[in-house]
Design a protein around this ligand. Structure first.
Ligand SMILES: NC(=O)c1ccc[n+]([C@@H]2O[C@H](COP(=O)([O-])OP(=O)(O)OC[C@H]3O[C@@H](n4cnc5c(N)ncnc54)[C@H](OP(=O)(O)O)[C@@H]3O)[C@@H](O)[C@H]2O)c1
Length: 113
């Protein structure tokens, strides 16, 4: 389990973002080391989701409703059994920020600027 924050950090939680970036890196190497085995390594990177974590609460309008996240993530796991990452639509802005040239914009938004 990583997070969209593995790809663009949230300045108010620097350690959390750093550990998620580390887990992303770890899964990449672990998957390669286990490539010839029967073990599959799948990274699930949720967006902000309505759980009690990080004070998101169950009524945070900015967070994805938990049931919607679970339904979309399970559907992806079902339809993409060989996926290396499970990315619901709402996390793609963070996940691909660097690749799409929007990193500074997403980072500034997460910084509250
Ligand atoms: N919610 C978000 O916005 C969000 C976004 C991106 C990524 N994530 C990631 O998604 C994962 C799940 O988070 P969540 O939002 O579902 O958080 P959560 O609602 O706080 O649930 C955390 C779960 O982890 C269990 N847990 C905590 N410490 C544990 C330990 N030492 N040993 C075993 N179980 C332990 C808790 O068990 P108890 O209930 O028994 O304490 C609880 O079931 C986390 O890795 C989080 O970083 C969450």
């Amino acid at each position: 389990m990583t997070s969209g924050l593995a790809y663009v950090p949230l300045p108010t939680t620097p350690t959390y973002g750093a550990t998620k970036a580390a887990v992303h890196s770890y899964t990449e190497s672990l998957r390669e080391q286990l490539r010839e085995s029967s073990v599959q390594v799948i990274e699930i990177a949720p967006p902000l989701t309505r759980t009690t974590l990080m004070g998101s609460g169950t009524d945070n309008e900015r967070a994805m409703p938990l049931d919607q996240f679970v339904a979309e993530a399970m559907s992806l796991l079902d339809s993409q059994p060989d996926a290396q990452q499970i990315l619901v639509e709402r996390v793609k802005r963070q996940r691909f920020a660097e690749a799409t040239g929007t990193y500074d914009e997403v980072f500034a938004m997460q910084a509250g600027r």
